[in-house]
Design a binder for this molecule. Sequence first.
Ligand code: 4AD
Ligand code: MG
Length: 438
Amino acid sequence: MQYYQHGNIMSQTDIRNLKDFIGKEVQVNGWVYNMRSIGKIWFVIVRDGTGYVQCVVSKDDVADDIFKLEDVLTQESSLIVKGIVQEDKRSESGVEIIAKDIEVVHVAEEYPISLKDHGVSFLMDNRHLWLRSKKQFAIMKIRQRIIKSIRDFFDERGFVLIDSPMFTGNAVEGTTTLFETDYFNRSAYLTQSGQLYQEAGAMAFGKTYCFGPCFRAEKSKTRKHLTEFWMVEPEIAYCDINQNMDLIEEFISYIVSECLEHCSQELEILDRDLSKLKNIATPFPRISYDDALKILKDKNHDFEYGSDFGAPDEEAIASEFNKPVMIHSWPHETKAFYMKRDSSDKYALGVDVIAPEGYGEIVGGGQREDNHDLLVKRIKDHGLPLDAFKWYLDLRKYGSVPHSGFGLGLERTVSWICGIDHIRQTIPFPRTMGRLEP
Ligand code: 4AD
Ligand code: MG
């Protein structure tokens, strides 16, 4: 490829680092983002995946054939620009490049995504190209920072990484959203949650976590559901529901503060209202399910006691708080088989965290039933096959202890921090009921 005629790949400079090269000659490898002309000078905004920079091409500074490239270059053409970095306080990057030489690597065909508005379904069909746009660039960088802060948080606190398997023999979160696959003439399910394996991990290592994709056959089209999403799931031995909530609030406020510290440029591209993120410090409000119902009642929401909250209910509850709100003490009928109950036997020791501003439930978790016989009863009551849980029940036979954990949905967290109202933009290649490509 022509690219290698330049020999040392290191002679190239990332656009995000150009500020360190003011007055110096650099080489930028990138793609045409936009162009405009004012006669004897034309400008090309180049993007390289690390940032955007305006390159000034003046008749006085470049050879004739280079100046004529104005008529050759198209949006998304790939090019190598050499020139001098100059301070430019008005621009986003703080610098511009006075071009001395341009090498065209590939002239792009007419690019389907112009800088004007397109419908979302068209953009989703072109997701492989849409990722090149400025807003998607910002979302993916924030997603990466959230992933890093999740790993750092648990690694620094002595949690052991125990990867849960993707193929499983049993359901965790109910049987209605299971993806079933053929596994050498028997059925296997794509994992809905790695929790049960983390419980094994916590009994081995004290504190563990897993972080990977989960799969749910969600048949509803909403702004908050994917069929493939990422979840981080910590699990802690000798931990009750209140200590679990302490950890959740510390964890969430850490993620937000890391994004504020490291992603200011990306949050600005997304026009995110930072005042809404700056107050996400501990402690978070903790209310019971019954308290949440009072809020709904005061707002004249129709709601049946004992059901789960729908999106409008979550929004109504969230609107009462400017921080994530933790809802605990759920009627046990609303929760999974593995939840421990309080002393009244009416409430499950579960906790859901609802993000502010209507971004919905970002965390589900709770204290687990640690008594063997009660757990057997719950598995039966939920109509689940006891056989598949034989290994899980072993954990209650050999040194069972009180333990708790939770799962935080990555994409809903990205939605909230970025201020993006639809989850499909928060993952590089979203999977929903109607979408398997690209
Ligand atoms: O509330 P959920 O179902 O909890 C569990 O799976 C527990 N086993 C976790 C645990 O205790 N270890 O899911 C946890 C979170 C939700 O709060 C939500 O953020 C996200 O996972 N989530 C989804 N995100 C996108 N699309 C979906 N279809 C999701 N389903 C759950
Ligand atoms: Mg939940």
